[in-house]
Design a protein around this ligand. Structure first.
Ligand code: FAD
Length: 737
C-alpha cells in the first residue's frame, strides 16, 4: 500500500506519514516513510510518503501512483495533488466543508472529510498563528482504514504524542466518509491521471552565474499577518467606559495633555475617580500575572491633577433640547456633561445646597478634597449647565418637569436608609451613618467621644469609622455579621481603617441596645455562616449565643435603597432604565444607583452617560449609546508574551503617615510621584511600534511606514506567522488570504 501526503511546511505532514507507518509497523508490516522537501519554510507545499508491505520493501522511489492520499491543507486541492491516485483510492481531506462538496469534485475516489484544523485548534495544538494538524488527521485516517482506536493510542504513547491523542480521537469520531474501507485494488491502468512527465534536468554548466532571484510566495501562502486592534482588559473592565489603555498609552507616548483629552471623551470626573474608584480596570490588568497590575487609578489621578480633563467645547446643535436632570451625583453630572457637550441646554435640580451627591455628602475630605471635586464640577458648569440647588423635588414637581422639559434624567441615588428593628433602636446616641457623614462633611464637623460602634461592612461603615476616629472617638469598632473577606467596602478602605487603629469585630449581629434614655450597651448575637445565598456569600445565621459590650455611640451603616415613591402616579421604572407612564409617556430615563444599584462612582458615571445617549435617541437624535464592553472579548494574558517584558514593581501611591492623619481630615492618599508608571503598561491588543515583528520576520519584509505603523510586503510573505507569535501584545493576527 502506498500513501502520499500533501501539506504545507509547518503542518507536520512528514510526522503524519511517520505516524501512519508506525501504525502499520505495529501490525507487523514492513514500512517505509520519508518526506520530500528541502529548505521550505512554513507555508511551502510539502509532500511525504508512506509505504506498507507484507514483505521486504525494495522500492525507494517517491510515490507516484498512490493507493491513498491525505491532503492536510484544503487550499492545495487540485488536479496536480490527486495526480496518480488510483480510482477507488481513499482521498482524506482536512476541510471544514461538507463531504458532498468534495465528493462532487472528486467522484472517482472514496472521499473522506475531517475538519482537522478546527479540532487541532480546539485542543491547542500548534501556535497561535499556525495550527499543526498532523496528529489530528492521523486519527481520521485510522477510522477510515478500520484501524482500532486503541492501536492509535498505543502508537501515540510510543512516539511521545499521547497529549495529542484526544484530538486524534475527536477526528476519529467526526470524520465523514462513504462506505466501508476497501483494499486498494486498482491497477496502474486505472489511474485517474498519469503523473506528469518529470522535467529534464539540464547538465551542469561550469562557470555560469546569475544573481539570486527573489522568491515570491506565489500560491504557497494561505494566511497573512495583519495589524489589528483588540480590546484591552483594563478598558473592558471599566464600568464608566473609559478608554483606559488609551489614556495610559497616551501618557506614556504623548504626554499628559493628550492623555487628559482621551479621558475627557468619556468622563468629567477623572480626578474624583482617580481617588475613590475601586479600580476594576486594575483587576482586569494582564500585568498582574507578571509583577502586579499597572496602577491605572494612580495614573488617572496623576493626569487629571495635572491637566483638567473636561476641556472640550460644546458642539453647536441646531435642534438643541432642554433637558432636566434631577440629582447631581456622579450619574447626574456625567449625563449633564455628555448632553452639554452635544449642545443641549441642561438644568440640574439638586436637593442639597451644593452639587456632587454622595461625593460631597458621603465621602469624607480625607479621601476626596473638596477643591478637587469643585474643580471638576466647575468644568461641567462651564459648558453652560445650569444648577438649581436646594430644590428637593416632590413627585408633583417631577411630573411638571417632565411636561416643561423635552427630556428628563432621574439620578437621585439611594435615599432610603435601612434601619434596625431591635429593642432600644431609638435610644439617643444611635444615628444613621449617612446622616453622621452629612454632619461631618457639610455641617462643620460632628465631634464625638468614647467608644463608637459602627454597624455594617460597606464604604459607608469605613467612612463613618475613620471619620469618627478623626472626630474625637477614643475607640472605634466596626461590627459586621459576616467576615472581613465578605465586606463590600473597597479593600484599601478596610486596610487603611485597620492601619489607623479601627477594630473589626466579625460574625456578630446586634439584637438589642440597652441604656437609660441614651445607649450604653449593645447586645450582640454570635453569627454562624450557612450555605451561600443569592449574592454567593455564605448566609449569616444568628445564634442564641449573645454578649453585651459597652458603647457611647452607634452609627448604622446597614445599606440603602432607591426611593421610587418619588415617581409620579402611574410611572414605572423599566428594566433598561426608561421611566414609563401609562398615558402621556415622558421622555425620561433613570440613571446611577437609582437605576442599577451598582453602588460605585464609576458605574454611576457610565450609567449617566448611557442614559444621556438613550434619552437623545428617544428624542430622535442619532446618538451614540454607551454599552459596557464584552469582557470575554478582551485580550487574555495567555496571548501576551510575558517573556518580552522585564520585571518592574508597580509604582505605589504615597500616603500620609498614620500619626499625621488622625489630627484632621487632610487627604491621606497623595497619589503617584510621577507618571512613569504608564510605561509598565503592556498595551494589550494595541501596537506600540516596538519593532518586534520587524526584527523577527525571517524574510525581512516588514518595514516601518514613514508616518506610523508597519507595512508587510505580502508578495514575499510565506504566512509563517512568526511575527504574530512573537508580537508581545497580541496586536497582530493571521487572516486567511
Ligand atoms: P448620588 O451620588 O447618591 O446622588 C444623588 C443626588 O440626588 C443627591 O445629591 C441627592 O441629594 C439628590 N436627590 C435625591 N432625591 C432628590 C430629589 N427628590 N430632588 C432633588 N435632588 C434629589 N463608590 C465608589 O466608587 N467609591 C467609594 O469610595 C465610595 N464611597 C462611598 C461612601 C459612602 C459613604 C457612600 C454612601 C457611597 C459610596 N460609594 C462609593 C458609592 C457611590 O458614592 C455611589 O454609588 C454614587 O454616588 C451613586 O451616584 P448617583 O449619581 O447615582 O447618586
Amino acid at each position: 500500500m502506498e500513501i502520499r501526503l500533501h501539506g504545507r511546511g509547518g503542518q507536520g505532514g512528514v510526522t503524519c506519514a511517520k505516524i501512519l507507518a508506525a501504525i502499520y509497523a505495529r501490525e507487523g508490516k514492513s514500512v517505509q516513510t520519508f518526506g520530500d522537501y528541502a529548505g521550505e519554510r512554513s507555508g511551502a507545499p510539502v509532500r511525504a510518503y508512506t509505504r506498507v508491505e507484507d514483505g521486504r520493501i525494495t522500492n525507494r522511489n517517491k510515490v507516484y501512483r498512490p493507493d491513498h492520499l491525505l491532503v492536510l491543507d484544503p487550499t492545495l486541492l487540485g488536479d496536480e495533488v490527486v495526480t496518480g491516485l488510483k480510482p477507488g483510492g481513499t482521498l482524506l481531506i482536512n476541510s471544514p466543508e461538507p463531504l458532498e462538496t468534495h465528493r462532487a469534485r472528486f467522484g472517482a475516489f472514496r472521499v473522506a472529510v475531517v475538519d482537522a484544523t478546527s479540532i487541532a485548534r480546539a485542543h491547542g495544538i500548534g501556535t497561535r498563528s499556525v495550527v499543526i494538524v498532523n496528529t489530528t488527521i492521523a486519527g481520521a485516517w485510522a477510522k477510515v482504514m478500520n484501524v482500532p482506536l486503541d492501536r492509535v493510542e498505543e502508537v501515540y504513547r510510543d512516539l511521545g504524542l499521547l497529549s495529542n491523542f484526544p484530538a486524534a480521537r475527536d477526528a476519529y469520531e467526526s470524520v465523514r466518509f462513504d462506505g466501508a474501507p476497501r483494499a486498494a485494488d486498482a491497477t496502474a491502468a486505472d489511474a485517474a491521471a498519469p503523473p506528469a512527465e518529470l522535467p529534464k534536468v539540464e547538465p551542469l554548466v561550469e562557470h555560469r552565474s546569475s544573481p539570486p532571484t527573489p522568491l515570491k510566495t506565489g500560491s504557497w501562502r494561505t494566511q497573512t499577518p495583519v495589524y489589528t486592534e483588540h480590546l484591552a482588559p483594563c478598558s473592558a473592565w471599566c464600568p464608566a467606559g473609559n478608554d483606559a489603555i488609551g489614556f495610559v498609552q497616551a501618557l506614556a507616548r504623548e504626554g499628559e495633555e493628550q492623555a487628559a483629552a482621551v479621558l475627557g471623551g468619556t468622563t468629567p470626573l477623572a480626578a474624583v475617580c482617580g481617588r475613590v474608584c475601586p479600580a476594576p480596570c486594575m483587576e482586569g490588568c494582564n500585568r498582574a500575572e507578571l509583577d502586579g497590575a499597572v496602577n491605572i487609578r494612580g495614573i488617572e489621578r496623576w493626569i487629571a491633577d495635572h491637566v483638567p480633563v473636561a476641556r472640550r467645547r460644546p458642539a453647536a446643535c441646531a435642534d438643541s433640547k432642554r433637558i432636566a436632570i434631577v440629582g447631581s451625583g456622579p450619574a447626574g453630572l456625567s449625563a449633564a456633561y455628555q448632553l452639554a457637550l452635544l449642545g443641549h441646554a441642561v438644568t440640574i435640580f439638586e436637593g442639597e445646597d451644593q452639587l456632587g451627591g454622595v461625593l460631597r455628602t458621603g465621602i469624607p475630605t480625607y479621601r476626596l478634597p473638596r477643591e478637587v471635586l469643585d474643580r471638576e464640577i466647575d468644568a461641567i458648569l462651564a459648558l453652560g449647565v445650569e444648577a438649581r440647588c436646594g430644590e428637593f423635588l416632590s413627585r408633583e414637581r417631577l411630573a411638571a418637569l417632565a411636561e416643561e422639559y423635552d427630556g428628563l434624567i432621574l439620578a437621585t441615588g439611594l435615599q432610603k436608609l435601612r434601619t434596625l428593628a431591635v429593642p432600644g433602636a431609638d435610644l439617643v446616641g444611635i444615628e444613621q451613618g449617612i446622616r453622621y457623614l452629612h454632619r461631618v462633611n457639610l455641617e462643620g464637623g460632628a465631634p464625638l467621644s468614647g467608644e463608637v460602634f459602627v454597624l455594617g461592612g460597606g464604604n459607608t461603615a469605613m467612612d463613618c469609622a475613620r471619620s469618627a476616629l478623626r472626630s474625637g472617638a477614643d475607640r472605634v469598632v466596626v461590627a459586621y455579621r459576616r467576615t472581613r473577606k465578605e465586606m463590600p467596602a473597597i479593600r484599601e478602605e478596610i486596610e487603611e481603617a485597620e492601619l489607623e487603629g479601627i477594630e473589626i469585630e466579625e460574625l456578630v449581629a446586634p439584637v438589642a441596645f440597652h441604656g437609660d434614655g441614651r445607649v450604653a450597651e449593645i447586645e450582640f448575637a454570635e453569627v454562624d455562616l450557612g450555605e451561600p445565598d443569592e449574592s454567593g456569600r455564605r448566609r449569616p445565621l444568628i445564634s442564641e449565643r449573645t454578649f453585651r459590650v459597652p458603647c457611647d455611640h452607634v452609627l448604622l451603616a446597614l445599606g440603602q435603597s432607591g426611593d421610587l415613591s418619588l415617581l409620579p402616579e402611574g410611572w414605572e421604572l423599566a428594566e433598561d432604565g426608561r421611566l414609563v407612564a401609562p398615558d402621556r409617556a415622558p421622555v425620561a430615563y433613570a440613571a446611577g444607583d437609582l437605576a442599577t444599584g451598582d453602588g460605585t462612582v464609576t458605574h454611576a458615571i457610565g450609567s449617566g452617560r448611557r442614559a444621556a445617549g438613550l434619552l437623545l435617541r428617544a428624542l430622535g437624535f442619532e446618538a451614540e449609546v454607551f454599552e459596557r464592553p464584552d469582557r470575554s472579548k478582551a485580550v487574555p494574558v495567555t496571548d501576551i508574551r510575558l517573556d518580552h517584558f522585564g520585571r518592574a514593581a508597580a509604582a505605589a501611591d504615597r500616603h500620609l503617615p498614620v500619626p499625621e492623619r488622625l489630627n484632621g481630615f487632610a487627604e491621606v492618599n497623595r497619589g503617584l510621584a510621577d507618571g512613569l508608571e504608564a510605561h509598565r503598561c503592556f498595551s494589550c491588543g494595541h501596537c506600540t511600534e516596538c519593532d518586534t515583528c520587524l526584527v523577527y520576520c525571517p524574510e525581512g519584509i516588514i518595514r516601518r511606514r514613514t508616518e506610523r505603523g508597519y507595512e508587510v510586503d505580502y508578495s514575499y510573505c510565506k504566512g509563517c506567522g512568526i511575527c504574530v507569535t512573537e508580537c508581545p501584545r497580541s496586536a497582530m493576527e493571521m487572516q486567511s488570504s
